[in-house]
Design a protein around this ligand. Structure first.
Ligand SMILES: *[C@@H]1O[C@H](CO)[C@@H](O)[C@H](O)[C@H]1NC(C)=O
Ligand SMILES: *[C@@H]1O[C@H](CO)[C@@H](O)[C@H](O)[C@H]1NC(C)=O
Ligand SMILES: *[C@@H]1O[C@H](CO)[C@@H](O)[C@H](O)[C@H]1NC(C)=O
Ligand SMILES: *[C@@H]1O[C@H](CO)[C@@H](O)[C@H](O)[C@H]1NC(C)=O
Ligand SMILES: *[C@@H]1O[C@H](CO)[C@@H](O)[C@H](O)[C@H]1NC(C)=O
Ligand SMILES: *[C@@H]1O[C@H](CO)[C@@H](O)[C@H](O)[C@H]1NC(C)=O
Length: 737
């Protein structure tokens, strides 16, 4: 037995005897202990089945949290899991923010109020398709830092942040009667630095031991003092359960991420079928798992500029609760039934170890024993029969000939009554919502075009400077400006501009304020590339000086961060006009302007909107790049009052690409880019693609607490130019009973 386990057992003075089901309601407000044995996490010494779902606080809003928690509890969860997002809490070194969507303590209180335990995955590297994997970009400036490694500079900042968070959440720890029972250090660490893994392990048993939590490390190397956990689509079929039993016989089996996956711009919407999710969750509990978390249970939205490279604003929409907060049927109900069943039988399941027994299958002529049809029986009353094969088979169980569909699990009681079938969703309605317009008639827009030159401070240099170094990612926009003189050849033929830039970046080109064209890459990855675009300069004159401008737009910082692979944005090397190299010319320096004028003046807020002269002749600005649109609307025709259950959405049809703001709040990047269906089967846990050649995302969620009954200020900044603003509308998605 591992010594840590001994300590926990000794602290408890209680044997692992199952008494009654433990939920947070049973222990709230009083200090309680968290420990584990090989079968489960134990609360006050009682093995407890943790039925969990991931909900990320900044991917929804404080006004939504109580609703989401209530839904989670009703759907059958007893635990929620969240990452901790360093780069929203400490955007500038030493300046902490725990307000609004970053109000982690409010989120923990809302979980506690709903009666839910919490698994806090601190990291601080979190991946999560979150901008820069959760790390503040100012870390890039720390001398000699090497991320996620046994590096002094990294360990110093990582330790400081972990200690800060543990201190901040102290009232919410189990030892103080709060909901937090499990914490995570690091995330999916698959590097080769064992000294770093050991350091993580020492940190949780030394400096962080006073938190009295159980610590996990997921899907990768785990320190001895932590529990390694599974992130996958199916932890039984992929062999994880067998490996874990062999490698960690004294540690319970915890499934931190049953993947619902995510969405990238330009791809068709990817779907994981309900029956596949149901199969994997049922197999997990059958196989002896005692903690299961959907990743995500509610994906929410990447509001503002929080999405990682190429990731859409809706996050993991095809999970149990849609990105807009409506139940995703039939998944929501089918898995709810399973979770309630598992909760009802938790004591029986956790009182014994899981044992797999192979079952004879009918090959058409005789019964054979293979490896893909088996039962996990929990005496006295529960039997999980699983068929891992793609095809339906008949199996022999207790002299009964039972039909089991391919890739499915059926759960029976001891009299062989069918309690649940992973494939049977026939009585669940999937068309459970309808969309209604709530603003009648086209919106009355006014416009203001972003000025290409301004009085804003600029930084000059011989070479273009990498974007994040200047912006600290406080804005996704950076202007690069320089004077150029065109040659006769350049204006006669199309001129090739080549720029060394990064993936997930857009570049818009202007000459004396005239828009020439754009380049964009929206890969969900990182790395350098050379942007090449052909510009028509025939309207310009030779041997005359022009102002050449590039608006660089970050389309998210990739979430993969390790060692010295710093992520960059904007121009990261040379730039050429044909063969003319536009750097290192003392008579023509590069100027850099951080952000847009509209951002400085905050023209998307009540106070800021009066600082510019809006033009009401808005139709003149159709298709005009870098243009702001503004309008007001009332919630006149709402069908249902509860805007959490029946969300309000921006239908962005008619726009191109940019950000939309409601009453000063940034809804995130919208983009009407069409989604392409791939010929091959979609990646990872997904089985299908929908909405081929439709925009990857057309509707954008507006949180209830950002709305007012009347006079809502809607502001749009479309960088490419909006082709049909009159098509934009505000709608409500209503759940039908
Ligand atoms: C977080 O929420 C709580 C409860 O609403 C509030 O008292 C507290 O002031 C909030 N924190 C911040 C930093 O805004
Ligand atoms: C930074 O790294 C270099 C090369 O590894 C080393 O020589 C130098 O001492 C380091 N500086 C600090 C402040 O750690
Ligand atoms: C972790 O456990 C393994 C196997 O028992 C042992 O070889 C190793 O030294 C331990 N590491 C640390 C840092 O305690
Ligand atoms: C088992 O049931 C299947 C389907 O009903 C049938 O085809 C098969 O013959 C049965 N096998 C036996 C041994 O009864
Ligand atoms: C599926 O479930 C429904 C409702 O419980 C039931 O009526 C139906 O018979 C089931 N279908 C199959 C094929 O088991
Ligand atoms: C371009 O040249 C003009 C004067 O000819 C100067 O005022 C301006 O600052 C220059 N612009 C840049 C970006 O260097």
């Amino acid at each position: 037995m591992h010594w840590l386990l001994l300590i926990y057992v000794c602290l408890d003075f209680l044997p692992y005897v199952v008494t009654s089901p433990v939920t947070y309601e049973n222990v709230r407000g009083k200090p309680y202990s968290v420990s584990y044995d090989h079968r489960a996490i134990a609360i006050n010494g009682v093995r407890t089945m943790l039925i969990s779902g991931a909900i990320h606080y900044p991917r929804s809003t404080p006004g939504m949290w109580p609703y989401i928690m209530k839904m989670a509890k009703n759907q059958g969860l007893n635990t929620v899991q969240t990452l901790v997002f360093w780069n929203i809490h400490e955007q500038k070194p030493g300046v902490f923010d725990f307000s609004g969507r970053a109000n982690l303590s409010q989120f923990l209180q809302d979980a506690a109020d709903a009666g839910l335990f919490v698994n806090l995955r601190i990291g601080p590297y979190i991946c999560g398709e979150w901008n820069n994997g959760g790390l503040p970009v100012w870390l890039n400036q720390i001398h000699n830092i090497s991320f996620r490694s046994n590096n002094g500079a990294w360990k110093t900042v990582m330790r400081t942040f972990l200690m800060k968070i543990i201190e901040y959440v102290n009232p919410y720890l189990a030892k103080n009667g709060g909901p937090i029972i499990l914490a995570q250090i690091e995330n999916e660490y698959n590097g080769n630095d064992q000294a770093y893994v050991d350091w993580c392990g020492r940190l949780v048993i030394n400096e962080l031991s006073s938190a009295q939590l159980v610590w996990i490390m997921c899907n990768g190397h785990a320190a001895n003092s932590t529990i390694e956990t599974c992130n996958s689509c199916n932890c039984l079929d992929d062999g994880w359960i067998d490996n874990h039993r062999r490698d960690y016989p004294n540690k319970p089996m915890l499934f931190t991420e049953n993947e619902g996956w995510f969405q990238a711009w330009g791809e068709a919407v990817a779907i994981r079928t309900t029956v596949d999710t149901a199969y994997s969750v049922a197999e997990w509990f059958a196989g002896g798992g005692s903690y299961h978390s959907y990743y995500m249970w509610h994906g929410g939205n990447n509001y503002g500029r929080t999405a990682a490279s190429g990731i859409t604003t809706m996050y993991a929409d095809d999970v149990l609760l849609h990105a807009d907060g409506t139940p995703n049927e039939p998944k929501y109900t089918q898995l709810s039934r399973l979770q309630h069943l598992i909760a009802n039988y938790a004591q029986i399941l956790l009182s014994q170890d899981s044992i797999r027994t192979l079952l004879p299958y009918w090959n058409g002529q005789k019964w054979l024993i293979g490896t893909q049809q088996f039962v996990y029986s929990y005496s006295p009353s529960l039997h999980f029969i699983s068929n891992q094969n793609d095809n339906t088979y008949n199996v022999l169980f207790r002299n009964k000939n039972l039909t089991i569909t391919g890739h499915s699990v059926r759960i029976f009681d001891d009299n062989l009554n069918l309690l649940w079938d992973s494939t049977n969703i026939s009585d669940i309605r999937s068309d459970n919502t309808e969309i209604f317009p709530i603003v009648m008639g086209p919106l009355e827009w006014r416009t203001w075009s972003e000025q290409v030159t301004s009085d804003l401070p600029v930084l000059t240099s011989l070479y273009p400077i990498e974007q994040l170094k200047i912006t600290n990612d406080e804005t996704i926009y950076l202007w690069y400006r320089r004077n150029i003189t065109l040659t006769q050849t350049q204006i006669q033929s199309h001129t090739l501009v080549r720029v060394e830039t990064r993936k997930a970046n857009a570049l818009l080109f202007f000459l004396n304020g005239e828009y020439l064209g754009e380049f964009d890459n929206h890969d969900h990855s990182q790395g350098s590339l050379i942007a090449i675009i052909s510009l028509d300069l025939s309207i310009f004159k030779p041997n005359q000086q022009y102002l050449f401008e590039i608006l660089s737009i970050s389309l998210g910082i990739d979430n993969g961060v390790w060692d010295n692979n710093f992520e960059y944005k904007g121009i990261v090397g040379n730039i050429w006009l044909d063969n003319q190299l536009l750097v290192n010319d003392e008579t023509n320096l590069w100027e850099h302007q951080k952000g847009l004028i509209g951002e400085y003046l905050q023209i998307y807020t009540e106070q800021g909107s009066s600082k510019v002269e809006w033009n009401t002749q808005w139709t003149k600005d159709i298709n005009k790049p870098i243009t702001w649109f503004q309008t007001r609307f009332n919630l006149n025709h709402i069908v249902r009052e509860d805007l959490n259950a029946n969300p309000i959405l921006l239908d962005a049809r008619g726009l191109n690409r940019g950000h939309a703001f409601i009453n000063g709040n940034d809804l995130g990047l919208y983009w009407l880019l069409e989604g392409v269906c791939r010929d091959s089967t979609p990646c990872c846990c997904q089985q299908a693609q929908i909405n081929c050649l439709e925009p990857t995302q057309r509707y954008y969620h507006i949180p209830s607490d950002w709305l007012m009954p009347e006079n809502n200020l809607l502001t749009i900044f479309d960088d490419l130019g909006a082709p049909s603003p009159s098509s934009v509308s505000i709608v409500q998605r209503v759940v039908i009973a």
